[in-house]
Design a protein around this ligand. Structure first.
Ligand code: AP5
Length: 211
């Protein structure tokens, strides 16, 4: 593995959007715990069955399940730059990641903090649509598809995520503030804050300029 980046920020800050851009345009691979969990729920695997109710309520899935998932995935990763999107999300996940990387003589190059206020995040999440087939992310106002409800990339159907209902969004933000914000201090030596309120191409340019 070459570079390892962590994308940290509240739900809806644009972590997934930027991960997809870096994956398409640069030699990065996105590893999103949210996507892996949604896939597991869809496939009704053991992990999916355990994770489902936490996700529906906007709560974090227990650390031991997430750490096990990442441990297994990291070993399968080819020799590419890696973006950890949505992981770690608690101090114990961060400590587990440190151990896991140390065992493989790897280290985190930078933690990108997506800086955005919470009201903007609510607007972004309530208008988000995702492709059921390929996972591409759109927004009904900020990033609409060419044809209403249809993915530009693969023609799949665009849907609204179950946890993008306003009351669940509020819960996710609460969880972010209490359980994930402490990571800002944990990673202070390698943290790079970027203005995530800018247009997606501007945010992309900022990320490229710092990594
Ligand atoms: P996860 O899927 O990771 O959700 P999240 O962190 O809440 O992040 P989002 O996917 O909602 O937002 P994003 O920052 O990727 O924004 P996006 O690019 O889509 O997690 C879901 C659940 O899984 C969690 O609640 C938890 O239960 C569980 N989970 C996952 N990881 C876990 C872990 N490590 N531990 C425990 N539990 C875990 O953009 C949002 C919208 O804004 C889109 O519509 C997009 O088009 C638009 N947009 C993006 N950028 C811009 C821009 N610059 N300007 C205007 N609009 C923009």
């Amino acid at each position: 593995m070459k570079k390892i980046l962590i994308f940290l920020g509240p739900p809806g800050a644009g972590k997934g959007t930027q991960s997809q851009l870096l994956q398409e345009r640069n030699n990065y691979l996105q590893l999103s715990t949210g996507d892996l969990l949604r896939e597991a729920v869809k496939e009704q695997t053991q992990l999916g069955l355990k994770a489902k109710s936490f996700m529906e309520q906007g709560k974090l899935v227990p650390d031991d399940l997430i750490i096990q998932l990442i441990d297994q995935k990291i070993q399968e990763i080819p020799d590419k730059n890696l973006i950890l999107d949505g992981f770690p999300r608690t101090i114990s996940q961060a400590e587990a990641l440190d151990k896991l990387l140390e065992n493989q003589n790897l280290k985190i190059d930078a933690v990108i903090l997506f800086d955005i206020d919470q009201e903007e995040v609510v607007k972004r999440l309530s208008g988000r649509r995702v492709c059921q087939k390929c996972g591409a992310v759109y927004h009904i106002v900020y990033n609409p598809p060419r044809e209403d409800g249809i993915c530009d990339k693969c023609g799949g159907k665009l849907i609204q995520r179950e946890d993008d209902k306003e009351e669940v969004i509020r819960k996710r933000l609460e969880v972010y503030n209490s359980q994930t914000i402490p990571l800002v201090e944990y990673y202070q030596d390698i943290l790079i804050k970027i203005d995530a309120t800018l247009d997606k191409e501007e945010v992309y340019k900022k990320i490229i300029s710092v990594v």
